[in-house]
Design a protein around this ligand. Structure first.
Ligand code: ATP
Ligand code: MG
Length: 247
């Protein structure tokens, strides 16, 4: 069964991604705030889009805030990567899927003191959108700009703690993408968000000459047991496929 369901180990939000829910022993504990970290081109945007799409398809309204790309570009790229997702426009029309972010993105770039926006208005904007759509799934793609704008680690850490506690208050399962400086697992660095968020999922590219391999790992997920195995994944026309030994 798909969607939000109560199980022996607590209520779960299913990502709907084959293999990933298996790695999570049934899905993300509902209302967890999750970081999706990866190197350039590892598939952060497409995976977080698919999670929203799957949620919307299951009748759980989902909001995707694109802070670094035009929302229309996100939709265009998703349609190109996932030609089998033929009902994207239909789900948008039905208000089950909402893709935006230009407002937040412009404010982030214009605000002279962007930390004020992050602490105050951004959360208010998100709260407004979530309540308009009755959304239970939120993606922010990505928070790397916030990190750069805040500059020092203390301001960033404070604003992330504030963001996480506000999102928890809004009763939403969230996925926030973060760029990792390296696509390789051996270079993984534990930056502040690794401690603040409920869950960390990392996506790596291991390049071997002309063949690249993509692999995903659940580094932590509060409220559930999970796979510790680095599992390969592929992007197919009908969505991500994660190949896990748990299956
Ligand atoms: N039509 C497609 N079919 C298969 N793979 C695709 C397709 N379109 C994109 N991809 C793969 O997905 C990758 C881009 O995915 P995505 O934009 O989600 O990555 P990202 O991690 O968000 O990147 P960035 O760091 O630039 O934000 C491409 O590099 C490519 O490997
Ligand atoms: Mg991206």
């Amino acid at each position: 069964m798909y969607g939000q369901e109560k199980g022996g180990s607590g209520e779960r939000f299913k990502t709907g991604i084959g293999g990933l829910d298996t790695m999570l022993y049934g899905g993300i504990p509902v209302d967890n705030q999750v970081i999706l970290a990866g190197g350039p081109g590892s598939g952060k945007t497409l995976m977080s889009f698919e999670i929203c799409y799957n949620s919307a398809k299951a009748g759980i309204p989902a909001v995707f805030l694109a802070l670094e790309e035009e929302p229309n570009t996100v939709i265009k790229n998703a349609k190109s990567a996932f030609p089998d997702f033929k009902d994207i426009d239909d789900l948008i029309a039905k208000k089950l899927l909402y893709i935006d972010g230009e407002g937040s993105s412009n404010k982030l770039q214009q605000e002279s003191d962007s930390s004020k926006y992050i602490f105050g208005n951004m959360v208010a904007d998100i709260e407004g959108i979530l309540s308009d759509y009755n959304a239970k799934c939120l993606v922010i793609d990505s928070i790397s700009l916030i990190k750069l704008m805040l500059g020092d680690e203390l301001s960033y850490r404070r604003s992330m703690i504030s963001l996480v506690s506000n999102l928890r208050r809004l009763n939403v399962t969230s996925f926030l993408t973060v760029e990792m400086p390296s696509a390789e697992r051996k270079d993984l660095k534990f930056t502040p968000e690794f401690y603040i968020f409920d869950g960390i999922i990392t996506m790596y590219q291991t390049g071997q000459e002309d063949k690249r391999t993509l692999a995903i790992e659940v580094v932590k997920m509060r409220g559930t047991n999970h796979s510790w195995v680095l599992s390969p994944y592929e992007i197919e026309s009908n969505g991500f496929k994660v190949f896990t030994i748990e299956e």
